[in-house]
Design a protein around this ligand. Structure first.
Ligand SMILES: [Zn+2]
Length: 398
């Protein structure tokens, strides 16, 4: 006589096996951020459409990169969103033991580029959808799979703008970046800028006839560093971050040619990591006022073709810990976590928070295994993620 295993246990095991199979497929797509991700998006879209999902694709300006936003279940506001980025960091100059784009299993670990950051979560989310009785969903279940997270959350920015225009605002978003399945309710933002100064070259013996770009850059830096003290004093009470305030950093200065030449060009690469969006606003407006009302008028009084321009290299919103966060409550319950934390890395969660979604970061694997040679995710971590999603499934079904 055959012993019949309990259906629940079967479903659990099925989800993990399916997750592993899907992960092998996902790792095989070479989705380094610089390259197109259209193939992996097509793969994910086809599998979700086979379940009856309604899919919206958004692309970057080149058309070579895409996000997919998919919805299963009833057509109504709210619902739960599972989100992950499809791009991975490069493998060039890394010493891998095996082919980074072919998943290999060793000692309870699955190796491959993106295994933990963050194709493991995407695989678990898709396997979850494929083992769920979709006809019984009582609220929408959304999926967001994005491009160019590793280069500044560009895809998610595009996606969130599109959702905002369409008036689609899920109630809760789970962003499955690797947290070892811990519930993460906050991270600082990361804003990186390159500010360029164009002056007027001349002989150093006649400084008033030229516009010294290096000197204007120095004054700009001075203003930025003045803000450092103000930002320290603005740290929110009980801020869980380390350090608890918004930081700024001047990372690179370049410009000029020689001791006796008035520098015609200078460039400052700097960043800030805000703990609250009002700090980012303060830094931007203070610097912009200083440029518009002090530096530029002085420069252009000498020569009209001088300029100060700024390029945003990355603008990743922080995830601000909130007093009320339905995502935190839900995921803490699903994982049985008895606490929450913050992390030092930035994610797409802050963008969803800006859209008005209650957002949380929780996913399989560890950030210490990401971005390195021989990146891996422990099968046990994937199993924990599948269990969390299966519990979520029971909540979503009538
Ligand atoms: Zn990531």
């Amino acid at each position: 006589m055959l012993l019949q295993p309990a259906p629940k246990a079967v479903r659990k095991a099925m989800t993990l096996i399916k997750t592993t199979e899907i992960l092998a497929d996902l790792i095989a797509f070479e989705t380094v951020s610089a390259d197109s991700n259209l193939e992996i998006i097509r793969y994910l879209t086809e599998r979700l459409e086979a379940l009856g999902a309604r899919c919206i694709e958004t692309r970057d300006a080149t058309g070579a990169k895409a996000n997919v936003f998919a919805t299963l279940g009833p057509d109504m506001p709210g619902g739960i969103l599972l989100s992950g980025h499809t791009d991975v960091v490069p493998v060039a100059d890394q010493d891998w033991t095996t082919d980074p784009f072919q998943m290999t299993e060793r000692d309870g670990r699955l190796y491959g580029r993106g295994a933990c950051d963050m194709k493991g979560f995407i695989a678990a989310a898709l396997a979850f959808a494929e083992t769920l009785d979709i006809s019984k969903l009582t609220q929408p279940l959304h999926f967001a799979f994005t491009y160019d997270e590793e280069t500044g959350c560009l895809g998610a920015q595009n996606l969130v703008n599109d959702l905002s225009e369409r008036g689609i605002v899920p109630d809760i978003a789970i962003i499955g970046e690797p947290t070892e399945m811990r519930v993460i309710e906050g991270h600082k933002g990361c804003f990186e800028y390159t500010t360029s100064f164009v002056g007027l070259e001349g002989h150093s013996s006649a400084p008033d006839d030229g516009v010294n770009a290096a000197e204007y850059a120095a004054r700009y830096i001075g203003k930025l560093l003045e803000l450092r003290h103000i930002l320290k004093s603005r740290a929110p009470k009980g801020s869980p971050f380390e350090p608890p305030w918004t930081t700024v950093n001047v990372g690179r200065i370049s410009g000029g040619v020689a001791h006796n030449v008035i520098a015609s060009k200078a460039e400052v690469a700097w960043e800030m990591r805000p703990v609250q969006s009002s700090d980012a606003e303060l830094v931007r407006s203070t610097l912009s006022d200083y440029v518009q009302h002090t530096l530029l008028p002085e420069m252009q009084a000498v020569h009209p073709e001088t300029s100060i321009t700024q390029e945003a290299v990355a603008e990743v919103e922080g995830l601000e810990p909130m007093d009320e966060n339905a995502a935190r409550e839900l995921v803490a319950e699903l994982t049985g976590a008895n606490g929450t934390g913050v992390v030092a890395f930035a994610t797409e969660a802050g963008l969803f928070q800006q859209l008005g979604v209650h957002a949380i970061v929780c996913g399989p694997g560890s950030i210490t295994q990401a971005h390195k040679a021989d990146e891996y995710v422990e099968i046990e971590q994937l199993d924990l993620c599948c269990r969390m999603l299966n519990r979520l499934g029971r909540r979503l079904i009538a």
